[in-house]
Design a protein around this ligand. Structure first.
Ligand code: SF4
Length: 469
């Protein structure tokens, strides 16, 4: 993002832009969850669903285009869901902990509320190109959010409530539109098979006139896989089914609220092979709160048992390290350093037995946690790390440098002198639920009290399960 700005000769810091510069705005889940690390680069952040935000944002920009830049931004800051970071002042205590983040002008809201689209259609690809991450695929958003509320899950908690696109007014016209440009259709969403008419959609796509369509769906809940579904997918050139199990340990699945039994996982594997699919991809995590080494061994054991029972199914485990995400019940839980050795443990157990392992690098998860839980004091680090941003070493070096030089406050204002917090405090420490969070001024879908309750429920499960044992 910063490189793009520089290439256009636009100052990267919002407070260095003047009347001739455009208004730089951003949106999407990363910025909606915690915009603070990026706040000093952006003039406006759109919090929530574009369907609501973009029309109002564009209309307001048009209406105020004759005003001086500061006045334009003040008008935008009054629109629900539009966050203008420069009008909010963070204060820190003597230990560098965030104390408050308050608006600096009266009339500007203390809490900025994320906007939620409640129409009966969702989005689909606007551009189909071979250069996309998924080349030549027309993506059709089938559902938004997920009702399952797994305690770590941003895709569920940040975008609640669970919404579905109407079959007649949304999904069918969107697929038909895509088919005028490509024969590759992707059904997209955190939990597509939970659409109440998902089977009707599949049956429609299974009609003879759609024989040459390549159909792919994102990861599905194992418990919703059916024999009919895998048959239809195989008929339309899908080779694999992806299910997220999170952990092979029933104990861990209970703690994270993954309502999935081992039997359902085995049934999904069986339906995959019976339907004609050749690959089963499973997603898992290590380093979840309260996880023990034996839970990770249970994951390896489960994969090995599936492999033994259904030997001609190619198995892949994609595994990442737990990263705390804003607005989820596990936002207060830090990254666990044990995750690194647990990734190695899985590799040792699975690779020699013909199960592919696709681990996300532990270092990359740590970088994600840094972006996920930091406040705006991280911005100078982001600016300094360019060129070496793909390595954890590069981030640590930039962090140390900014911490030591204490240069952050010179780059933008309003910004009181405040040193970067300790690295471990942001990445690894479990935070007290009474802590003021960098995103406390952003109103998410659920009251923070509900998130605390959900976190407590998870941790109480741990105590109950342990005492039963
Ligand atoms: S089922 Fe998947 S998408 Fe839904 S809450 Fe759980 S992890 Fe998130």
């Amino acid at each position: 993002m910063l490189d793009l700005l520089e290439r256009q000769h636009i100052p990267i810091w919002s407070n260095q832009r003047n009347e001739k510069d455009p208004i730089i705005f951003g949106g999407g889940p990363v910025l909606t969850a915690n915009p603070e690390p990026f706040a000093p680069f952006l003039d406006v952040v759109l919090l929530g669903d574009g369907e609501n935000l973009l029309p109002t944002f564009i209309d307001t920009v048009q209406n105020v285009k004759h005003l001086p830049r500061l006045e334009k931004l003040k008008s935008l800051a009054l629109i629900p869901g539009l966050y203008v970071p420069k009008f909010y002042l963070p204060e820190y205590d003597s230990n560098g902990k965030l104390k408050t983040i308050k608006p600096i002008h009266k009339n500007i809201p203390h809490l900025i509320s994320k906007q939620t689209w409640r129409g009966n259609t969702l989005s689909h690809s606007a551009i189909i190109t071979p250069d996309a991450a998924w080349p030549n695929i027309h993506m059709v958003e089938t559902v938004r959010s997920c009702p399952e509320l797994c305690r770590f899950c941003l895709a569920s908690y940040l975008t609640l409530p669970f919404r579905t696109s109407s079959l007649e007014d949304g999904l069918i016209p969107a697929v038909e539109k895509g088919l005028t440009a490509t024969n590759r259709i992707g059904l997209l969403g955190a939990s597509v098979t939970q659409h109440p008419q998902f089977n009707d959609l599949l049956n429609w796509l299974n009609e003879d006139c759609f024989d040459d369509i390549h159909l792919s769906i994102s990861s599905v809940r194992a418990a919703t896989v059916t024999a009919e579904m895998t048959k239809i997918l195989a008929r339309h050139s899908s080779k694999s089914l992806t299910i997220a199990i999170e952990s092979g340990s029933e104990r861990m699945r209970k703690i994270v609220n993954k309502k999935l039994s081992e039997e359902e996982i085995f049934m999904a594997a069986k339906y995959a092979i019976d339907g004609g699919l050749t690959n089963l991809k499973l997603y898992g995590m290590v380093g979840l709160p309260t996880e023990l080494e034996e839970d990770v061994e249970a994951t390896a054991d489960l994969l090995l048992r599936i492999k033994r029972q259904i030997s001609n199914l190619r198995l892949t485990l994609g595994v990442s390290t737990f990263v705390p995400k804003a607005h989820t019940p596990f936002q207060w839980n830090g990254v666990r350093p044990e995750a690194k050795t647990r990734l190695k443990l899985l590799a040792k157990k699975l690779k020699p037995n013909g199960i592919q392992l696709r681990p996300e690098s532990y270092g990359w998860s740590v970088i994600q946690a840094l972006l996920s839980r930091s406040d705006r004091r991280l911005a100078p680090v982001i600016a300094a790390v360019r060129g070496s941003h793909t390595s954890l070493g590069g981030w640590k070096k930039a962090y140390r440098q900014i911490q030591e030089e204490h240069v952050s406050q010179e780059n933008y204002n309003p910004m009181p002198l405040a040193k970067l917090p300790a690295w471990d405090e942001i990445i690894h420490e479990d935070w007290n639920t009474s802590r003021v969070l960098p995103w406390s001024h952003i109103q998410g879908p659920l009251n923070p009290k509900v998130l605390i309750d959900h976190q407590k429920q998870a941790l109480t499960q741990n105590v109950q399960l342990n005492s039963k044992e």
